[in-house]
Write a protein that binds this ligand. Structure first.
Ligand code: ZN
Length: 594
């Protein structure tokens, strides 16, 4: 399967106008030094140009000129070391069928098994295997152990480098240093400092891979994470942090590396997100490839972005999330420039392993099962069922957060409930004809209690505060500059908080209509046709959330509350509904903001 490309129509609906128009916007300065044409070529299957392995005809086609390198990578596995279900927002209605056919996706043992096979043939000495962060927070066991349970599994994977993601800062600095201090592979990060100004990890590393000397620059993000004053992360938090100073710093670093180490290739291992990566590629010099993460994009066809002086074309990559893809880039280098490449997102399923004559790595499999075992009796308890697919991938709502916010509002008898705009977590599968079980582990996944402290809080919000929070989120998702697109930060609300929004509007003007309905049925309009209803903005609404703030409900945990809620319902069927609506057509050309 790895010699064919995944058809375009499989690209997530989320991979929308933003990526496509930006990819087509080549940023060239007037003093451009012509970059070589970068040609996309067919993938070279494992075992190609090797003896004794049965291969399709294409495998024996002539190789492109130059020195080859294969980059394999994972990103945003979020501590899901065992296979999971994972539906995209666009797959809510179809994923139950998909899951029935392909089973679960990901799992480190399966990934390691694929890596072993993909290292065969010409790639035996020429493969770099890296991870781009968001590794320690997400799965129930990862949350319960503050990332610790993931460590032994990761250490059996054979990674060449890792850079942290924002969720790897989910706990305090001591925890971060303790967990990462146990990793047996190099950590690299160019924009992560201690409070005293020293760098936490080397800013870059250089490695000889086969015939090429490869430099790897790490780039992290602390978006949405509570790093507080423990760390200083430059270039983070939207504008102006990812501005010219940050761009200059990265270009200068790449220039220093090139001057002192003479690498054949400079790779950025980035957890900044797909949009920031593309703009950064266009506004910096010296980088050849960005192996990206954070926004969970399934980048089947990577943009190739001309860099700031036009001397290089930068290939910008990302491989979804939750281990459902193993990213694969094969490239050929001549005279210090990439001249040809092929890429693939290898879907990590039992069928793929079968097709490629791969088997799950037994060592990794044993370690993953061992990491899960102590928690199995608690997490595997079935507490109810669902007749729809629960996922958390939508930009402004998802079936999982619709369920959670509605449940909190009902249980606490409040006007509003909200949840952070996180988009990670496995999916829970059910359909009307075949309801799926919900376990206690699923509730850990739904509540993500470490995005808070596993408590429920009640508080009040004025209309103005609701609108302000919504504006902040929409600015980072639909703002006027790609550097603002940090990730999914739009609060999720229960169905009594209803809004429509327009894409392409200036910051703080995206909301078109916003209303909040009180428990007693009174509808309070807060924005009408783009105009805030000032008389109503001081109206006070009661709220509940699992995010700290206001008054903690005594003697309950958020997980227990949702477990007992599901038990009381027996069957749930959350759906996407009209609580959020995107109106107006999306821009077809945003190059002017580039
Ligand atoms: Zn992230």
């Amino acid at each position: 399967m790895n010699s064919t490309y995944v058809p375009l129509e499989h690209i997530s609906a989320y991979l929308s106008w933003k990526k496509i128009v930006i990819a087509s916007a080549m940023f060239l300065s007037s003093t451009a030094i012509a970059a070589p044409h970068v040609e996309k070529v067919p993938n070279v299957p494992p075992g190609a140009h090797n003896q004794g392995i049965d291969l399709p005809d294409q495998a024996q086609a002539p190789l492109p000129d130059g020195t080859p390198l294969q980059i394999l990578w994972t990103n945003d596995t979020h501590g899901f070391f065992l296979p999971v279900y994972h539906a995209e927002y666009s797959e809510i209605d179809s994923y139950a069928d998909t899951a029935a056919t392909e089973g679960k996706v990901g799992g480190y043992a399966q990934i390691a098994g694929l890596v072993k096979v993909l290292r065969q043939g010409i790639w035996e000495q020429n493969t770099l295997f890296v991870d781009a962060g968001d590794t320690f927070d997400g799965s129930p066991v990862a949350q319960m152990t503050r990332g610790q349970a993931v460590v032994p599994v990761l250490n059996a994977m054979g990674y060449d480098a890792w850079t942290p993601g924002n969720r790897d800062f989910a706990w305090d600095k001591a925890n971060f240093m303790a967990v990462t201090g146990q990793l047996n592979f190099p950590m690299v990060c160019a924009n992560l400092k201690n409070a005293d100004g020293t760098y936490v990890f080397p800013r870059y590393l250089v490695k000889q891979i086969g015939g090429l000397k490869v430099a790897i620059i790490g780039l992290t993000s602390n978006a949405g994470a509570g790093t507080g004053t423990d760390f200083v992360v430059s270039g983070v938090g939207g504008l102006p942090a990812v501005g010219a100073a940050f761009e200059n710093d990265i270009s200068a670093l790449a220039a220093t590396i090139r001057a002192t180490e003479s690498p054949d290739l400079v790779i950025a291992l980035s957890h900044m997100g797909f949009y920031i990566d593309q703009k950064l590629a266009a506004h910096t010099t010296g980088i050849d490839v960005i192996v990206g993460a954070h926004t969970h994009h399934n980048v089947y066809t990577p943009p190739v972005v001309a860099n700031a002086d036009g001397s290089r074309n930068v290939i910008v990559l990302q491989a979804g999330s939750h281990g459902k893809f193993l990213g694969q880039l094969q490239l050929w280098v001549q005279d210090g420039k990439v001249t040809s490449y092929s890429n693939n997102l290898v879907r990590v399923t039992a069928q793929t392993l079968d097709d490629m004559h791969a088997t799950p790595d037994p060592t990794v499999e044993a370690l993953a099962e061992q990491a899960y075992a102590p928690f199995a009796s608690v997490l595997d308890e079935v507490i109810g069922q669902t007749t729809t697919v629960l996922e958390r991938r939508g930009d402004t709502q998802s079936t999982m957060t619709n369920f959670l916010t509605d449940a909190l509002a009902e249980r606490y008898g409040v006007d509003g409930a909200r949840f952070p705009g996180i988009r990670y977590g496995s999916s829970i599968i059910g359909s009307s004809s075949n309801p799926g079980p919900i376990t206690v582990g699923d509730v850990w996944n739904i509540v993500s209690p470490n995005f808070g402290d596993n408590k429920v809080y009640t508080f009040t919000q004025t209309g103005a505060q609701i609108l302000g929070a919504l504006n902040n989120g929409l600015n980072t998702e639909y703002g006027t500059d790609p550097y603002q697109w940090n990730g999914g930060d739009v609060f999720r609300f229960n169905d009594r908080i209803k809004y429509s929004f327009k894409v392409g509007k200036p910051n703080n003007q995206h909301v078109w209509n916003l209303s909040a309905t009180k428990l007693n049925g009174t509808v309070v309009n807060l924005v009408t046709n783009g105009v805030p209803v000032s008389a109503n903005l001081s109206t006070v609404f009661t709220f509940a959330s699992t995010l700290p703030g206001g008054t903690a409900v005594p003697n309950v945990t958020a997980v227990d509350e949702i477990v007992s809620y599901i038990k009381s319902k027996g069957t749930i069927a959350p759906k996407i509904d009209s609580r959020t609506t995107q109106i107006g057509s999306e821009p077809t050309n945003v190059t002017d903001i580039y």
